[in-house]
Design a protein around this ligand. Structure first.
Ligand code: PMP
Length: 425
């Protein structure tokens, strides 16, 4: 488009733009919308793809003869672990299949590190006084609230297209032994859609750290969630770490929350043999075994790894048009105005929208008053504090397509209005 950036308009032209955008906004409010782009949830249509689970499993035993109805099998059914090991590019022996939530596994990992210390290190993190975690931002809000709740300090580093800022990370871990951990969503990160390159992964897994028990929580929640026909493979964190002399550094997480059912899927972890023994020791104090019936029905439902990939392509067909609608709305209303930048993710569940500094809170409020719920501004930062107040996470999967279109046209109006207000003030 041949639009002029707002900050280059004459005072008169800016006043005219503001007046027109105010009128657009008034019209938007008059529509009395009630739309929600807040959370990355699968839509009902996506959940329906897995309704076959309702009549599974057909057997009460798995291929090894284990009665899935009974206690036991702390690390989960081998068949399902093997299936997801293939998809995640790890070994079946490295995998634990658990309950329905990988976030719960992450929480247990951090609390175990705090209470008992890392595998082979008789030094609970809690005894160290201050514990710090590196948080690439913008990032996943629940990662940050989990840490805040446990009293762990968060230090941020920028998230780039190819993963976190390696130089910033290296500088933080080099001399400070209280920097004990780091979050990373390596593939189609929440919310930027970044994909961690092999180079960045190698730097993270090989860098010297002052803390001998430094851990990277490698949350591969969106490993298989491609939006295009390019199905990228995640960097092989476990193998890279082992090859660089730090086999215990990464702990990998994944789940079927956005593959089958968000509330009734199967969560998984993958890690070195030493880490796995450590984790199972503590897990075994809390559980006699996971829900193997659910694990078996997932195994029967998919059959094999290709079954999962084919299933993910059905998700893609449903949600890719919604992501396209987000691009169209932002592009159509805002390109050339110099008031926003946004990502065009090739996978995952989010679009990252950066508006004019200092206006994100205003945009979210304007949208709310027009009946469009957005994730609170700042939620992709520790303690909900975006130092530039510019970041908004858009989650287009849940509403039907026409609602995504309507909501995003409205969001674009709010972005333009907040920018024009700020420039005029
Ligand atoms: N990690 C990330 C990065 C997520 O975006 C989400 C869901 N929004 C989760 C973990 C939650 O995973 P689960 O449902 O397996 O607990």
């Amino acid at each position: 488009t041949d639009r002029t950036p707002l900050d280059q308009l004459s005072a008169d032209d800016l006043a005219a733009f503001l007046a027109k955008t105010q009128a657009d906004y008034a019209a938007l409010k008059d529509r009395g919308l009630k739309l929600d782009l807040t959370r990355g949830k699968p839509s009902a249509e996506q959940l329906d793809l897995s309704n076959g689970l309702l009549s599974l499993p057909t057997s009460t035993t798995d291929a090894t003869g284990t009665d899935v109805r009974n206690y036991g099998g702390l690390e989960g059914l081998l068949g399902l672990r093997a299936l997801f090991a293939e998809l995640l590019g790890v070994e079946p022996q490295q995998v634990i299949a658990g309950g329905n939530s990988s976030l719960e596994m992450m929480h247990r990992t951090v609390t175990s590190l705090l209470l008992w210390g890392a595998a082979g290190v008789d030094a609970p993190w809690k005894d160290a006084g201050t514990v710090k975690f590196i948080c690439p931002v913008p990032g996943y809000d629940r990662h940050f609230t989990l840490l805040a709740d446990l009293g762990i300090e968060m230090v941020t580093v920028p998230m780039h297209e190819d993963g976190p800022d390696v130089e910033a990370v290296k500088a933080l871990v080099a001399d400070d032994p209280s920097v004990k951990g780091m979050w990373l969503v390596p593939t189609y990160a929440n919310p930027t859609g970044s994909v961690c390159s092999v180079e960045v992964a190698t730097a993270l897994m090989s860098m010297p750290t002052a803390a001998p028990d430094f851990r990277i929580l490698w949350d591969n929640a969106y490993a298989l969630h491609h939006l295009t026909d390019v199905e990228v493979k995640s960097a092989d964190a476990l193998a890279i770490a082992a090859a660089n002399g730090h086999p215990e550094r990464p702990i990998v997480f994944a789940s079927t929350s956005k593959i089958t059912w968000a509330g009734a899927g199967v969560a998984m972890m993958a890690m070195s043999p030493v880490n796995k023994a450590w984790f199972l020791t503590h897990l075994g104090m809390a559980s006699i075994g996971p829900d193997k019936v659910n694990q078996l029905r997932h195994l029967e439902f998919f059959g094999d790894a290709e079954g999962v990939r084919a299933h993910m392509r059905k998700h893609r067909d449903i949600i890719a048009p919604k992501f396209a609608a987000v691009q169209d709305a932002l592009e159509g209303a805002l390109s050339g105005l110099g008031v926003a930048e946004w990502t065009e993710p090739t996978g995952g569940y989010f679009v990252n929208l950066d508006v004019v500094d200092g206006t994100a809170t205003r945009v979210v409020q304007l949208a709310k008053e027009a009946g469009i719920s957005l994730t609170p501004a700042g939620s992709a930062f520790p303690h909900g504090l975006d130092p530039r107040d510019r970041n908004i996470r858009l989650a287009p999967t849940f509403p039907p397509l026409d609602q995504v279109e309507t909501a995003m046209a409205g969001v674009a109006t709010c972005v333009a209005l907040a920018a024009a207000e700020k420039l005029s003030s």
